[in-house]
Structure formats: C-alpha cells, structure tokens
Ligand binder design. Structure first.
Ligand code: ZN
Length: 336
C-alpha cells in the first residue's frame, strides 16, 4: 500500500475544497442539536442547549448573517459545556419576530436587537427619576412595529400615584402593572407581573434608575448566579453592562417564560418604522384609513386622512386617535 505523503494529501484536498465549498459541512448537520442564544459577545455566542450553557461560534456558511439573543439555532461540535469547549452554529431558525432599532446618526445601520420575543416590557419609575413619556412612546412604537405586545411596568408606586401616567396610555389599550417597595425595601406587586410574563419571551427596557435590575433580580432570584455562570463561560465580565441577556424564569411559575434584560438599549432609533406598519397594530384605526390617499402617513398634517373623517363622523375615539398620532410623531422626535 502506498503511503500518503503531505503532497498527496494536499493534492487530494484542494480540488475538493474548490468544487464543493458548501456541502463540506452538510453531513455533520444531521447531528445538530437545538440551542437558544442567551448572549452575544464579540463573535462568541453563549447558548442554552437543554440546561447546558454552551459557547459557540458561527459556522462559515452562515457568512454575515446575524445571530442575536433569542435566536433558535442548530449547533454541531462540542456542546458539552466544559471549559474550552466550542460548538458551531450551523443554522438559524426562522424568527417569529424581530425587535429592531436604527442606531444613532453616526451609525445609521439598522440592527436586530432580539429575535423571537413576544412582549416588550417598558420599565418606568413613577418618580425618581421622573417618567419620560417620549421614551415610553418610542419604546411602544418599536414594540408595535415589531409585533410585540407592549406592557408598562411602573415601579416606585409607593412614591407617586400611577394615575397621571396611566391616563396617557389607557386609550392605546396598553396593559400595565404597578410595583412598589415596602418599608422592608422588598418589591411588592410582582404577582401581576409574573402572570404577564409566564409563557412569554419578554424584553425588558428602561433607563437607569427605574428599578429594572431590581425587578430582574426579584423575578429571577438566581439571575446573578446565572449571569456569573455565563460570564465564567465567556471569560468576560462586562456583558451585563453592554449586551442583552436571556434569562429563564423559574420553572415553578408553570409555562416556561423568559426575560431578556437589555442594559445596552438606551434609546430606540425608529427611522425604519413605516406609518402603514405602525397603524396595523391598531386594527380599529387601520380600518378607518382604507380611503386614505396613497402615501398618507395619517398624521395631523395630512389634508385628507380617513382618521379625520372618522373623527368628524364621531366614529373614532378622539383620545385614541390623538394617542396614535402622538406615537406616530414620536418616530421623529429624538429629544426626551
Ligand atoms: Zn391617513
């Protein structure tokens, strides 16, 4: 038997690589297992494969296709979760939703922040810091545009009455929960929130000081430990302040729910949101715009908007139309 020399191996490998570049990985995909992306850090992906925390990279055939938190993926390679083990993501399952933002002016790229989320929870303190309605509006626009159900989580109700803020959002039909802190400094009123989170993949957004971290820690008592574990796996400790992280809610709540904590989102760039898409989140209003001229944005300034006809005819709720138009305007208002 002739032995292979280095030269032979090279000779044998090269044409194969050139003629079948993409099929090379295929057979391995049969062994692929399902995973869920927990966090992303500079090209490294932390996944949950069953209960195992696995580190993975993207396989070459995925090219520039983005992989984001919440993505359901197929992985091959070492999924043992042991130190130094590295798996490869070979496939990203089709996303049911994508939460996007258009970044700031100096970075005009539209980014997907989270995949497959079902709910956007806007965490707002009722005071200290004061609520920022513009910021809430913009988060709601992002939720409606992405097809996520919005939820207002209002914290610090022990310090301020929620009614003022709620009156602004009631006509939009946005559900809300209120929490407060007792003298024991413990967060109360979590049951209603837990009920809303069960079985959902909820993205939590809110600026600093609103009590989002407190909520996360109250909802997922071992969040710190989980986070620490993920840090140990990625070998980096900074992700909690820069990128989103998916956390499983306690199993004893019943239907498995997840929350995505998003320390990285300070604002939602909304340049990608189209008026015709936004109004679809309000079917009753959408119906009234059937006769609108082509390209009507349904704003107050439109000369022949069906919403104005509906208001004149007394068919539309003025508060609801006004609230919708406020959201519409929030797309282009960047001061808040
Ligand atoms: Zn219109």
């Amino acid at each position: 038997m002739p032995r292979y020399t280095d030269h032979d191996v090279e000779h044998y490998d090269r044409p194969r690589r050139r003629t079948r570049p993409r099929t090379k990985d295929r057979p391995a995909h049969e062994d692929a297992v399902d995973g869920m992306v927990v966090t992303v850090d500079r090209g490294r992906f932390t996944l949950l494969v069953g209960d195992t925390v696995v580190t993975a990279m993207k396989a070459r055939p995925l090219g520039r296709k983005g992989v984001v938190v919440g993505d359901r993926v197929r992985v091959v390679g070492d999924v043992s979760g042991e130190d130094g083990a590295l798996a490869r993501i070979v496939e990203v399952t089709e996303r049911s939703t994508v939460l996007r933002r258009t970044a700031d002016d100096d970075d005009p790229v539209e980014r997907v922040i989270v995949a497959n989320a079902t709910q956007l929870v806007v965490v707002t303190a009722l005071t200290d810091p004061e609520p920022r309605p513009r910021l809430i509006d913009r988060a709601l626009v992002a939720a409606f545009d992405a097809g996520l159900s919005p939820l207002l989580a209002l914290t610090k109700a022990d310090l301020a009455d929620p009614e003022v803020l709620l009156s602004t959002y009631r006509s939009l039909g946005v559900p809300w929960v209120v929490t407060h802190r007792g003298e024991d400094r413990v967060v109360h009123g979590l049951d209603a929130l837990r009920e809303r989170l069960a079985g959902q993949i909820s993205v939590l957004v809110g600026h600093s000081g609103v009590g989002k971290s407190t909520l996360v820690n109250a909802l997922v008592p071992d969040a710190r430990r989980e986070t620490g574990h993920v840090n140990a796996v990625t070998g980096r400790g900074r992700h909690t302040s820069t990128s989103a992280i998916l956390l499983p809610l306690p199993a004893e709540w019943g239907e498995q729910g997840w929350i995505v904590d998003t320390p990285g989102i300070r604002s939602f760039g909304l340049a990608h949101v189209q008026p015709e898409h936004l109004i679809e989140a309000f079917p009753d209003l959408d119906e009234m715009t059937e006769e609108c001229p082509r390209g009507c944005t349904h704003s107050e300034d439109e000369p022949e908007c069906g919403l104005d006809d509906a208001l004149r005819d007394g068919v539309a709720d003025p508060e609801r139309v006004a609230s919708f138009r406020r959201l519409l305007a929030a797309r282009s208002i960047t001061e808040y």
